[in-house]
Design a protein around this ligand. Structure first.
Ligand code: A2P
Length: 329
């Protein structure tokens, strides 16, 4: 069996199939140039990654598109159909009339006719054209999200065949409930921060009930400087290290294996070939029940929050922060 064949697949609520582990394509702040990014994605395809996570925000669509073309030329994959590609609608385009042009721009960047999943990146909108990104976002620029109108446009993208599935990212149970009340096509995916230090049990149970697949981002605790988001609690966890040492695995592998056993998919980032490889070696062994119990007791703390994305100064106009909260409150 090849490495890519060893990666289990999850079937989404519309029947489309997603490899459990994907590669996160970005880093904040970005230090790699587009040619370097392209060569890392090509390495990842050669290693066996078949699921890639990008977004218009990340500016990695183009190098990913180039890597895919090159991979086909080199015979690493037979065609684009062998891949699962996710992209996302950024907040400045989180407006009904901007959804179609946004997915079309992502498709052009990626040099493909369709995405496998297209996600609303955040549960809030920012004034169209506000471009002082990535962060912080000016509080005054946050505007009410017309979720009904945006979702209708997302559904149209799926009907037009521009994406196989549609979904959301950073939605908590409250926001999902709001969406499910009017969705004609229910979201297939909710991509959220999830790892051993932010286990998302409430969201997990809710999504399981509603047939929504969770994709964990920051499965290894994520990037970002210690001053901004605090110390990475996953890779520095003594609890995980102890389990890893006892099993002859690495801390990262224990963290990823735990997610596999939670029944979710994940997008993991590494820009290092050995670690990319290591992160796929998690399918031919399992955690013991006692180890799962130990992990369930790890203290919980999220790293990504709306507060972290918004400027400290300024006011949110008439929007209640609880309405744009990305975590469970
Ligand atoms: P690097 O690119 O140097 O490998 P997340 O996927 O949770 O966002 O975390 C990604 C971070 O974890 C990156 O900084 C990445 O750095 C690091 N990382 C990825 N895989 C491993 C691994 N197997 N062991 C240690 N660190 C890893």
């Amino acid at each position: 069996m090849t490495t890519s064949e060893m990666i289990p697949k999850l079937t989404l609520n519309n029947g489309h199939v997603m490899p459990v582990v994907g590669m996160g394509t970005t880093e904040f702040p970005t230090t790699l140039t587009p040619p370097l990014l392209k060569s890392v994605y090509l390495d990842a395809i050669a290693i066996g990654y078949r699921h890639f996570d990008t977004a218009s925000l990340y500016q990695t669509e183009q190098p990913l598109g180039e890597a895919i073309q090159e991979a086909i030329k080199l015979g690493l994959i037979g065609s684009r159909e062998e891949l699962f590609i996710t992209s996302k609608l950024w907040c400045t385009e989180n407006h009904p009339d901007l959804v179609l042009p946004s997915i079309q721009s992502s498709l052009r960047n990626l040099k493909t006719d369709y995405l496998d999943s297209y996600l609303i990146h955040m549960p809030f909108s920012v004034k169209a054209g506000a471009r002082d990104f990535p962060f912080p976002i000016k509080r005054e620029d946050v505007v009410p999200l017309d979720l009904k109108g945006v979702w209708k446009a997302m559904e149209e993208c799926q009907r037009l065949g521009l994406t196989k599935a549609i979904g959301v990212s950073n939605f908590n149970t409250r926001k999902l409930e709001e969406l499910l009340a009017f969705a004609k096509i229910p979201p297939a995916v909710d991509q959220v921060e999830m790892n051993t230090s932010w286990q998302q049990q409430k969201l997990k149970e809710y999504c399981a009930k509603k047939g929504i697949c969770i994709t964990a981002y920051s499965p290894l605790g994520g990037q970002g400087s210690q001053e901004l988001v605090g110390i990475n609690p996953v890779l520095t966890s003594d609890v995980l290290k102890e389990i890893a040492d006892a099993k002859g695995k690495t801390t990262a592998q224990i963290a990823l294996r735990w997610l596999v056993e939670q029944g979710v998919s994940m997008v993991v980032k590494s820009f290092n070939k050995e670690r990319l490889q290591q992160n796929l070696e998690i399918f031919d062994w399992e955690l013991a029940e006692e180890e799962r119990q130990t992990i369930s007791k790890i203290p919980q703390k999220n790293r990504v929050s709306v507060d972290f994305m918004l400027a400290k100064e300024g006011s949110l106009n008439s929007i209640d922060i609880s309405d744009i909260e990305i975590n469970e409150v």
